[in-house]
Design a protein around this ligand. Structure first.
Ligand code: THG
Length: 729
């Protein structure tokens, strides 16, 4: 198969093709199912046994029409879908025969090579959607049951001789992940390497799947498998799919397939789009260089395929873009972890029962959504979920939690970091999330065998992984031990577990400093230097850490803790830190830290003087004693500054309290309201942009600044209108 040479043609619908044979219940039953207790008409897969002649004819018609790839008649040949027909015991035969029929017909074609793709449908049982909104944790099937059903189907398809596997009509990323998991397992067992094609169906014009994922987010969920192609089928006719392909094409480093239906069925259940119309739509896409494989879905006939083959025959195929090796994770949307693009990613720490007394209480009270929602509103694009608590069934709570938040669109848009020291709990998180997760974490603590076993399973389940700098000897605290362990883990993961570097995230242990114990003094420096080393030597890997650990010895003193976190992040981000687990609602702007505190904190973080800790502890006491007072004094102080500075301060700190007052004053000083926007406000926003670029401000804070700006423009709007309406004097 050489997909770089030309556009390959896939066949059309099976169901539509079967209609012309006017089959009756008798055809479906044949001899084998004469006594079957349940009506079988409509269970097309049974025809592989009872009317092989008809199925052969369908394949032949599509080959004659110009198809290069034909699909086996096995879309519903899995134990889940066959249950309603009472045919679960038959799935092996359906797939074996389905594969053989297609192969025989393909092999009989002497003019050209015909490939057979084993068709694997989604089932109508979603792993992601709760069928009953009143029972948000209930699902009709679970991941393992579905994956087992797929494994049986895939095994039989491969034994029947298919050339490719085609997971199609994907409407739920988690169902598709179960299919890929099964395919990976079966292919490893059998030692086969059949190429895998994936095809999604979009639900409406928003271009999202039924379960709410954007196409890129879905691709991200499935990108761990070395797939041959990704694309769209079914949906609602060819025309509307054009702009989805246009968006997708530059972003996905594999071939693109498209085989739309002939429109949505009309009131008579017929499909209206003609062969010429479908072919023209696909031709327009192909001319833009968007297509590698094209064919038809529901409602298309051999005439459609003939027209498509003709329309595309002289058009070169899409050129596949090379991967830029970004780390992408996803919920309903994609989250890109790329320093050049977004500097730094916040992972919300407050969905951790061990890290938040409040979250622990909310979970005990079965209030599952509040904490996650708050983290995301505060600016987290990933949330760290941890249910490890002696008083909880962590594995059951993990499943419940991710199932519930998966059905809350404002939470499910974020990506999930599944955090547990229990392997079972990690699996529960991964097997219930449709997006691409990050596992937190694995390490060499229990040796290489355990490490590789877990890494391989995580890879099959499609997650990125945090590797902690631990080994058989324990936790790495020095620079040398940190980098030695990471080098060893890197080698194992890339050479033996199928990991690409961008999916490996090293966490070299952020440990508490300022504890008064001398051995702890260089912990932050060792961490930062190890991050720098990793970014330079373990090319393509990412780095992360739990920042709040750093300030444990200043618990109860949030002013000092926040300052420590900001100073630490400022230096770590410069060294190359990609992301960190933080409380996004509790980050300080580096440049706004009281200079005395800043110096004291920086001395501790960078271990600049032997008495640094002593000094900070003394200073911290002051902040603690006069905590309220210091804050109010600081807060009031900026109110005495000149107008421009006040507006700038409000923007940087995200304070709207004094906007009306200050803008009123500005109106008296500036020639026009527009000038207020263009001068002091834009200058303030430029500083925000600069701080962001320098790692002194983070996304949540920038979002707040943007809100202040918006509010200011809103306040000025009536003045602008007045100004514009005024006669020119
Ligand atoms: N690396 C990785 N994962 C991690 C950590 C890490 N997961 C857990 C932890 N460390 C990061 N998460 C937190 C969460 C909260 C706090 C610290 C780290 C925290 N909590 C307040 C406290 O203890 O003072 C809780 C106060 C409250 O209950 O409200 O500081 O390093 N890979």
């Amino acid at each position: 198969m050489n997909l770089q040479d030309r556009i390959y043609i896939l066949d059309g619908a099976t169901g539509t093709a079967l209609q012309q044979f006017r089959l009756t219940e008798t055809d479906f039953r044949g001899e084998e199912f004469a006594q079957h207790p349940i009506p079988l008409k409509g269970n097309n897969d049974v025809l592989n046994i009872t009317r092989p002649d008809v199925i052969r004819q369908v394949h032949q018609n599509y080959i004659d029409a110009g198809a290069d790839i034909i699909e086996t008649n096995t879309f519903n040949a899995n134990a889940i879908s066959q249950t309603e027909y009472g045919c679960s015991e038959w799935v092996e035969r359906f797939n074996l025969e389905g594969a053989r029929l297609a192969k025989e017909t393909a092999a009989a074609c002497k003019e050209r090579k015909i490939y057979v793709a084993g068709s694997i449908g989604p089932t109508d049982k979603s792993l992601t959607l709760a069928p009953d909104p009143d029972q948000p944790t209930y699902r009709i099937v679970d991941f393992d049951t579905l994956a087992n059903a797929y494994a049986s189907q895939v095994t039989a398809l491969i034994e029947g001789g298919v050339d490719l596997l085609l997971v199609e009509t994907i409407y739920d990323g988690l169902n598709a992940k179960a299919a890929l998991y099964a395919i990976a397992k079966v292919q490893e067992e059998k030692g086969t390497h059949l190429p895998v094609m994936l095809s999604a169906t979009v639900n409406d014009k928003s271009g999202r799947t039924l379960t709410g994922q954007s196409l890129e987010a879905l691709f991200t969920s499935l990108s761990h498998y070395p797939i041959l192609s990704f694309g769209l089928n079914c949906s609602f006719g060819a025309k509307e799919l054009h702009h989805f392909l246009r968006e997708l094409a530059p972003r996905i480093p594999c071939y693109i397939s498209i085989y739309p239906n002939a429109g949505l069925p009309n009131e008579m259940g017929e499909y209206d789009e003609s062969p010429e119309f479908t072919a023209l739509c696909l031709q327009n896409m192909a001319k833009e260089g968007l297509i590698n494989i094209a064919g038809g879905c529901c409602g298309t006939t051999p005439e459609h395929i003939r027209a498509i083959a003709n329309a595309l025959k002289d058009i070169p195929p899409r050129k596949v873009p090379t991967s830029n090796h970004q780390l992408k994770v996803s919920g309903l949307d994609t989250v890109v972890v790329d320093k050049e693009l977004n500097n730094f990613i916040n992972i919300g720490e407050r969905t951790n029962v061990a890290g938040s007394a409040k979250f622990a209480r909310l979970i005990r009270e079965k209030n599952y959504t509040e904490a996650a929602r708050k983290q995301i509103e505060a600016g987290a694009s990933i949330i760290d979920i941890n249910m490890d608590d002696a008083m909880l069934d962590g594995t059951a709570e993990m499943e419940r939690f991710v199932r519930i938040i998966s059905n809350e669109p404002d939470i499910a848009k974020a990506a999930f970091m599944i955090d547990s020291s229990k392997w079972e709990t990690i699996l529960a998180g991964l097997k219930n999330t449709q997006g691409k997760c990050i596992v937190n974490s694995i390490s060499l603590k229990e040796g290489e065998k355990d490490f590789l076993y877990k890494a391989k399973e995580i890879q099959r389940l499609g997650a990125a992984v945090v590797v902690m700098a631990f080994d058989e000897e324990g936790q790495a605290t020095t620079f040398q031990r940190k980098i030695d362990i990471c080098q060893r883990a890197y080698d194992l993961l890339t050479s033996q577990a199928g990991f690409t570097p961008e999916n490996i995230i090293f966490d070299v242990n952020i440990l508490a400093i300022g504890t008064g114990i001398e051995e702890h003094n260089n912990y932050a420096v060792d961490y930062i230097e190890a991050v720098r080393w990793i970014k330079q030597n373990l090319k393509g890997c990412r780095t992360s850490g739990g920042v709040s650990n750093l300030s444990f010895s200043f618990r109860g003193n949030n002013t000092v803790r926040e300052a420590m976190h900001s100073v630490f992040l400022y230096h770590a981000i410069h060294a190359g830190l990609d992301m960190a687990i933080v409380n996004p609602a509790m980050l300080q702007v580096y440049d706004e830290i009281d200079p005395i505190l800043l110096k004291a904190v920086e001395d501790v973080v960078l271990n600049r003087t032997p008495e640094a800790t002593e000094t900070l502890i003394t200073l911290a006491e002051k902040y603690k004693e006069t905590k309220g007072e210091v804050k109010t004094v600081q807060q009031e102080e900026w109110r005495n500054r000149p107008l421009e500075e006040r507006l700038g301060h409000a923007l940087i700190k995200g304070i709207t309290d004094y906007l009306t007052e200050d803008l009123q004053e500005a109106l008296a000083h500036y020639a026009s309201p527009v000038e207020i926007i263009e001068e002091p406000l834009m200058k303030g926003m430029e500083r925000v942009g600069q701080f962001f670029g320098e790692g002194k401000m983070f996304l949540p804070q920038v979002v707040k600044s943007a809100k202040v700006m918006k509010e200011a423009v809103h306040i000025l709007q009536p003045e602008i209108e007045k100004h514009n309406a005024a006669p020119v004097s």
